[in-house]
Design a binder for this molecule. Structure first.
Ligand code: GLA
Length: 390
């Protein structure tokens, strides 16, 4: 996003120029869904939609904030943080996490602008959290690394906002690489790049169903996963050294099916198989086996729909329409589900026609057009400028 108009907005709001600026993107996940909080693997990439955060320091410890999309936020004090149930919680959360980690962060005037659609499953909240962490790092010379931006945003979102999410979104936003997805092992913290070549386009369709509408669903799935793991351990299917569903594999499924109630078994089966699909997808992409990569998306979508039960009629239809089109390798919902977006792996020369055909097919049933976006795998967060001497 061009910073110029936002610099002007900052000056007209606060009567002085910003001293620091940072940007952080949203993300799309290729495969490995609901695996991060089960200590498994994920394969996201950053997208070319981002949040811009401009900042200038204040001496009085107050934080004033305004968002191009959300308007003026209520000011707060770094030493009296309190949740309010609006977007400013995600900003307060970063102040909370940085202070908790021992960083000296003062007051600030902040100006935020974002073209990551909210409630779309493209991680607008991670982009905001990582963007604020990066801007505060630049402003106060904290000397952080990109992984620290991710950890601060994630810690804030879990401990302050109270969303029990995994670290995938913040990680992808902070550490995304142009032209590559990141295979992240959420237990060990190991990450490697999986190149996405020019022979593959990433097409995203927004179902228009906002994910917040079903906020409770995410927490429920998380609890079901933890309950499935506890039951697996009690039944002796998971050994004493096992810590999470991540420690179980395909070979354990027959025993799990005997030991667990049906719903918990299906939740566990999704996690175990999607976790394995991450490495299968990384191998397929590295080998340029695009049909195999597409088939993994189809498997993933069936599993999210039937076993994990987080798809919706809108998301199912977007996938069904796309998968009948020439040039489409495969499709699935991306992110938590319950609304939001689908991802389609498409031959680049077919992408424009496919986008129109998906929107047409969706409109025939739901009588509105889904927003379509094509994105290259993009760079993670960066500082744009900082005060001299930092
Ligand atoms: C949300 C969470 C992530 C992850 C996905 C599902 O995006 O923020 O941590 O759990 O859902 O894969």
């Amino acid at each position: 996003m061009e910073p110029e108009p936002q610099i002007q907005a900052f000056e007209s709001r606060y009567g002085r120029p910003p001293q620091a600026g940072a940007r952080a993107p949203g993300r799309v996940n290729l495969i490995g869904e609901h695996t991060d909080y089960n200590e498994g693997r994920v394969l996201p990439c950053a997208i070319d939609r981002e949040t811009l955060v401009l900042a200038a320091a204040r001496e009085d410890g107050r934080v004033r904030l305004v968002s191009r999309e959300e308007g003026e936020g209520r000011a707060f004090s770094g030493d009296a943080l309190a949740r309010r149930g609006d977007w400013t919680d995600y900003v307060q959360a970063v102040f909370f996490a940085l202070a908790e980690a021992g960083h000296r962060v003062g007051g600030a005037d902040l100006c935020v602008a974002s073209d990551v659609p909210t409630g779309s499953g493209l991680s607008s909240s991670a982009a905001l959290g990582v963007g604020v962490a990066t801007a505060l790092d630049a402003l106060f010379g904290l000397g952080l690394q990109p992984i620290d931006w991710a950890r601060a945003a994630h810690r804030g979102e879990s401990a302050f906002v109270g969303v029990g999410c995994g670290i995938m979104d913040q990680w992808a936003s902070a550490l995304g690489r142009p032209g590559a997805a990141l295979r992240i092992d959420c237990r060990t913290g190991e990450a490697s790049e999986v190149p996405i070549g020019g022979d593959l386009a990433l097409l995203v369709a927004h179902s228009g169903v906002r994910r917040e509408l079903a906020k409770g669903g995410y927490g429920d799935r998380r609890e079901e996963c933890f309950a499935a793991f506890r039951a697996a351990r009690e039944a002796g299917v998971a050994g004493p050294e096992a810590r999470a569903l991540r420690d179980l594999g395909e070979a354990d499924l027959p025993a799990l099916e005997r030991a667990l109630p049906d719903v918990l078994f299906r939740r566990a089966r999704h996690v175990i198989r999607d976790d394995a699909r991450v490495d299968r997808m990384a191998d397929a992409l590295r080998a340029g086996a695009l049909a195999a990569a597409g088939a993994l998306l189809l498997e993933g979508q069936a599993s999210l729909r039937d076993d994990f039960e987080v798809s919706t009629p809108e998301l199912d239809l977007l996938c069904e329409v796309a998968d009948g089109l020439p040039g489409v390798y495969g499709s699935r919902l991306t992110g938590a589900g319950f609304g939001g977006c689908t991802l389609h792996l498409v031959a680049p020369e077919a992408a424009a026609d496919v986008a129109v055909a998906i929107a047409d097919g969706f409109e025939r049933v739901f009588e509105r057009r889904p927003a379509m976006l094509e994105t290259p795998p993009s760079a993670g967060a960066s500082r744009l400028w900082e005060p001299k001497g930092n």
